[in-house]
Design a protein around this ligand. Sequence first.
Ligand SMILES: *[C@@H]1O[C@H](CO)[C@@H](O)[C@H](O)[C@H]1NC(C)=O
Ligand SMILES: *[C@@H]1O[C@H](CO)[C@@H](O)[C@H](O)[C@H]1NC(C)=O
Ligand SMILES: *[C@@H]1O[C@H](CO)[C@@H](O)[C@H](O)[C@H]1NC(C)=O
Ligand SMILES: [Zn+2]
Length: 432
Amino acid sequence: MFRVLTVFLLISVVYAKHEIYEGASVYEFEVENETQSKIVYYMLQDQLGLDIWSHPGPSRSGMVLVPKNSKEEFAYKLKLAGIKFRATVDNIKEQLDIEERLLATASLRISSDSSSKAALTLDRVYRWEEIEEYMVHLARNYPDKVTLVNGGTSFEGRPINYLRISTTNFQDPSKPVVFVQSLLHSREWIGQAATLYAIEKLVVNNTDSDLINDIDWIILPTANPDGYIFSHNSDRFWRKNRKTGLFIADLCVGVDLNRNYDYAWGTESSDAVCEENFHGPGPFSEPETAVTKNILDEHKDRIEMFLDIHSFGSYVLYPYGTGELPPNALDLNLVGVLIGDAIDAVKLSANKNYTVGNSGLLLYPSSGGSDDYARKVGIPYSYCLELPAFRGSSSITGFLVDPEFIAQAGYETWEGIKAGARYVLDSYKMRR
Ligand SMILES: *[C@@H]1O[C@H](CO)[C@@H](O)[C@H](O)[C@H]1NC(C)=O
Ligand SMILES: *[C@@H]1O[C@H](CO)[C@@H](O)[C@H](O)[C@H]1NC(C)=O
Ligand SMILES: *[C@@H]1O[C@H](CO)[C@@H](O)[C@H](O)[C@H]1NC(C)=O
Ligand SMILES: [Zn+2]
């Protein structure tokens, strides 16, 4: 009874924050050629300032979030340009309420089970504080394998911590390092499942001894803590960090961290603070991107693979975002296919297969991405993984997480990470 009341109170409080999305719709739209694509981007991004959730291509539609008061202009402009579109979600607020209810119920179920302290059960989305506590707990309980490292401090002053997982305390240069990070884009919550599952399978329940004995791991679960917390407490679709002081009276805040790394910085991103892909005042202007940079720089001779986990779309993407190909593009593609195939082999049948390709050519040009910087400093296998948008019985999809999918997302992505890690284990040995 008490628990029912708690759920009720929890839900009535949180529903208020979803009001900003009352009446907002998600539309799918099609483009037939490059010209239409340019037109639609100009209209949606530059003219209407809309948030494009997924990018259209020759055989796939794009997705865009349209607030209530922009819907009329949106429809008018797209009709005029002859671009086909249809609403897939009429009122996103209803879906936000559903997600909140599902996740709140899942989290209450777990927290009432006191035996679940050691390993986090993968059927909920964890708050930043819970992840931090978990990492401290792991470092304390597995001192021979796990070291908690503070990589820096976020704009709002939170510690950005990551785990070093190693049976040789990171001292053995004959081992390659695999570096995985998630939640650089704060709203892409499903990515958390991938890093947590990796930690679980390396530390808590290791059934593949080669992966822990022969490889050192760096795992950074929350690359953008301020944005992540904001996406829970205030705006579910918050993508950037929470940098202020960039715009008059802070009417717009935040830097797109995945446009802030130093590769072709500022060339394929926005210099407007209010845009979702605002690249920030300069390369590595943000403390959050500096954390990844420092890790990559410190271990660049040993990091053989870097994986930045995002969502959504089921893609394995490799550098460079500008469409330019690095010298090892064929190898990048080959290992990308290994990763994608390993996931496809165990994915849910309702989800589509992964697509592998250069991000600039396959999706759209971008600059300042984390995977670009990693490749630039010499990490051979550098990828951005876009996890699937899952639509189960609850019907929520896109960035929204159905608890039904969390364990599966962790499991299937780990199959991909394993396939990549085993390949780079050999490639590192050969390179040396
Ligand atoms: C692009 O597609 C539109 C709509 O079918 C068409 O009107 C236009 O001529 C096409 N442009 C090019 C360059 O193919
Ligand atoms: C440990 O991992 C294996 C293989 O992934 C799995 O089958 C098993 O259920 C896990 N054990 C626990 C206690 O979670
Ligand atoms: C999806 O991937 C699986 C495994 O790689 C393959 O067997 C299947 O044919 C693929 N399906 C499609 C529609 O491409
Ligand atoms: Zn992302």
